[in-house]
Design a protein around this ligand. Structure first.
Ligand SMILES: Nc1ncnc2c1ncn2[C@@H]1O[C@H](COP(=O)(O)OP(=O)(O)O)[C@@H](O)[C@H]1O
Ligand SMILES: O=c1ccn([C@@H]2O[C@H](COP(=O)(O)OP(=O)(O)O)[C@@H](O)[C@H]2O)c(=O)[nH]1
Length: 234
């Protein structure tokens, strides 16, 4: 099946080189990767996390409040990304899960699909709007809502392994997996909720190393890199 509508999940660290802020150089690099695919027969929606701004707060601040801060931080990242994409010549729209009057339009599925059909790169901010969730689950949710053909999970590792490859040097990489296998093996590359949602909506997930230049384009050109997680067998 030809891929037309894509949900790209970026972690907040894709906008940062020091893991604690937004850096212009990291932002520019992320934008240049997105620019190689957006608008070229591909409808692109992006969910961006906020690990760069938020990580660590949870230890000091009560969970629900910390989660609200995390969601607000995704709004900041989304505004930064959207603005940088505009500077690079793309049309963009930001939709936020919760009302942030004056900053971004509130999420509306029909409006988001309409914008994608008109060639806008759409950025979904504010997570799901609820604490106790992550932006991985947000990505799966929005992918299902907009009827995305695939969810691309951009990470610092080159696929899904039998264990976290940053912690276990004996971890083995999978080329492909089923959702059932990912759930049964409790693979921590994404939340179990995200796997379940994608399985229900039959949306494949591709986990790939976003930090190698050209990988995003390669995946959308059909090159087999990273790990693909699907409903079907290996
Ligand atoms: N089974 C696994 N396979 C691959 N990565 C895993 C696995 N379990 C945990 N991880 C970790 O999950 C991380 C993905 O975290 P995330 O914050 O979403 O993206 P990023 O890679 O940008 O930090 C990887 O960097 C990796 O260290
Ligand atoms: O629906 C959501 C999405 C996000 N968050 C909060 O926002 C933080 C930032 O998102 P995430 O950790 O997914 O960012 P990433 O690791 O992708 O940069 C999360 O940890 C949560 O605290 C939340 O409460 N609900």
């Amino acid at each position: 099946m030809a891929i037309k509508r894509v949900l790209l999940k970026l972690s907040g660290e894709s906008l940062s080189y020091d893991k604690v802020s937004i850096s212009v150089e990291a932002l520019k690099r992320t934008v240049s990767e997105i620019k190689t695919v957006a608008g070229k027969n591909i409808q692109l929606a992006v969910v961006i996390g906020a690990g760069n701004i938020w990580r660590g707060c949870g230890k000091f601040i009560e969970r629900v409040t910390a989660d609200k801060m995390g969601m607000l931080a995704t709004v900041m990242n989304s505004l930064a990304l959207s603005d940088a994409l505009k500077k690079a010549g793309l049309k963009t729209k930001v939709f936020s899960a919760s009302g942030v009057t004056g900053f971004a339009e509130i999420f509306n599925r029909d409006k988001a699909i309409n914008a994608l059909n008109k060639g806008y790169t759409v950025v979904f901010a504010g997570g799901t709007g609820n604490p106790f969730f992550t932006t991985d689950t947000t990505a799966a949710l929005r992918a299902a809502e907009i009827g995305a053909d695939i969810l691309l999970k951009a990470t610092q590792v080159d696929g899904v392994y039998s264990a976290d490859p940053k912690k276990d040097k004996n971890a083995v990489r999978y080329n492909s997996l089923t959702f059932q296998e990912a759930l049964d093996k409790k693979l921590k590359i994404m939340d179990q909720e995200a796997f379940s949602l994608c399985r229900e909506s039959n949306i494949s997930i591709s986990v790939f190393d976003f930090y190698k230049n050209g990988n995003l384009k390669k995946i959308l050109s059909g090159k087999k890199i990273g790990t693909v997680i699907t409903a079907g067998g290996k």
